[in-house]
Write a protein that binds this ligand. Structure first.
Ligand code: ATP
Ligand code: MG
Length: 430
């Protein structure tokens, strides 16, 4: 297996080189920065392992530049854990929390190796029969779906808010599928994925000769989504200059192609999404408040997976089943200890992370029962102790129960205001 390691710290780099040289099966190339690595990594590499915090191009930008061509393992300190989590969105499956021992790294590499081998045996089928829909249910999800259902029937703009991997895109297509526009196009465009200077022409299109490269006129996504829904993902990344044009398009219900003097009427429902804090962006002058209010007619807050605990095992079971079928394995199941771990892990990368952890465990598990080892969650900072909020939840549940659900008595015993208690009961879905 040929592996590229990118690490700016010379001590760390050298110790990894030395430690890894004991393993004949791995051919290691190390790089002291991402730029060097980008220049030298080619198809012969099977895996890239990178640090996040590096001068110049950092690990996340590096992963973006690799563009999904390589499997990546990220090494991260606690301070950059949040960034490592962003990388799940970019397709990174494993991250190791520093400090880790070499054995953990070797285990991670061997897991990757086996997964690549098993995946290669998978005969290419029409794999893009994307598995849509919600695989689990919880009170919290139901609440959000209720709002989405009502909103679907209208043409109001919806703003989907929530952490990475909670299902914003899934919700956007759900809204479309359940709207009167379902038979018309659903077009998703991601502001973070398009170079800034192309966003405007992508959205609104251009006429022949509008700029040097415009040899042909081209319709923008607004025109292509006519009659349907346009999903503007990561709207917080939209350049300020384009924001005014979007606002105008929403208000006037018409757009103008670049280089054209004439406007075209459009009939498009806009749904947008972000995991950024738009109010902060407004304060910093990066986002227009008038556009914010326009997009935010119906805000839908999608709670993180850790507030939808009931869904964890339901989703995990579905993914398990799907993957056993896909790889022609007998149906496996999770050991009790694995279930406990699935339930107590924080899932910072939410459902996307859960899916990837379970998929990998299915491929790696030797027997029919998936063990905690195969979930490989410990090195991500799985806390085996209960966190404070789950202790609080249990306490409130117990007292409520003993008082037959009497909120007044419970708040008295807990020394908590009734208002506060009710809020917590709602939050913890008791
Ligand atoms: N309730 C669910 N049941 C099954 N699969 C789900 C569920 N929610 C999300 N998914 C799947 O999880 C993955 C992540 O969801 P999605 O892309 O919608 O998240 P997102 O909020 O847009 O994330 P990001 O902010 O990182 O773009 C997708 O593959 C999606 O199909
Ligand atoms: Mg998304």
């Amino acid at each position: 297996m040929k592996i590229a390691i990118v690490e700016d710290d010379i001590n760390m780099r050298k110790s990894l080189e030395i430690a890894m040289s004991d393993y004949q099966e791995f051919e290691i190339k190390t790089f002291k920065n991402a730029k060097d690595a980008l220049k030298n990594i080619d198809d012969s590499f099977d895996l890239v392992i990178t640090d996040i915090n590096m001068p110049g191009m950092d690990g996340i930008e590096f992963v973006k530049a690799l563009d999904g061509k390589y499997e990546v393992i990220i090494m991260t300190g606690n301070a950059t854990l949040q960034r490592a989590i962003e990388s799940i969105h970019l397709g990174v499956k494993d991250f190791l929390l520093k400090p880790f021992d070499v054995d953990t790294l070797i285990t991670a590499i061997r897991r990757e190796d086996r997964i690549q081998k098993v995946k290669k045996t998978l005969t290419k089928r029409s794999d893009k029969k994307s598995i849509s829909g919600f695989f689990g249910n919880s009170k919290a999800l139901e609440g959000v779906l209720n709002i989405a259902n009502k909103a679907s029937k209208t043409d109001a703009t919806i703003l989907l808010l929530g952490e990475s991997g909670v299902g914003k895109e899934l919700f956007a297509s759900y809204v479309h599928e359940n709207s009167p526009r379902a038979k018309k196009p659903f077009i998703a465009i991601n502001m973070a994925a398009i170079p800034e200077n192309l966003i405007e022409s992508e959205l609104f299109g251009f006429e022949k000769g509008a700029f040097t490269d415009a040899a042909e006129a081209k319709a923008g996504q607004f025109e292509l989504a006519e009659g349907g829904t346009l999903f503007l993902d990561e709207i917080g990344e939209m350049p300020y200059s384009v924001q005014a044009k979007l606002l105008r398009a929403l208000q006037e219900k018409e757009i103008r192609r670049l280089g054209s003097s004439k406007s075209t009427k459009i009939n498009v429902r806009v749904v947008s999404a972000t995991n950024a804090n738009l109010l902060d962006k407004i304060k910093n002058g990066e986002f227009r408040d008038d556009l914010y209010y326009r997009l935010n007619t119906i805000p839908i807050n999608i709670p993180p997976l850790r507030e939808r605990r009931d869904e964890i095992l339901q989703i995990a079971d579905k993914i398990l089943e799907q993957n056993c079928k896909r790889y022609n394995f007998e149906l496996k199941n999770f050991s009790d200890e694995s279930k406990k771990q699935l339930l107590s892990y924080r899932w910072p990368g939410n459902i996307r992370e859960l899916i990837s952890v379970v998929e990998r465990a299915v491929i790696l598990s030797e027997g029919n029962e998936i063990t905690p080892n195969e979930l490989f969650l410990e090195h991500r900072g799985l806390s085996t102790q209960k966190d404070i909020s789950s202790l609080e939840r249990e306490l409130i549940a117990e007292v409520l129960n003993s008082k037959n659900g009497d909120v007044d008595k419970t708040s008295e015993i807990l020394g908590m205001s009734k208002e506060n208690l009710i809020k917590k009961i709602k939050n913890y879905q008791l």
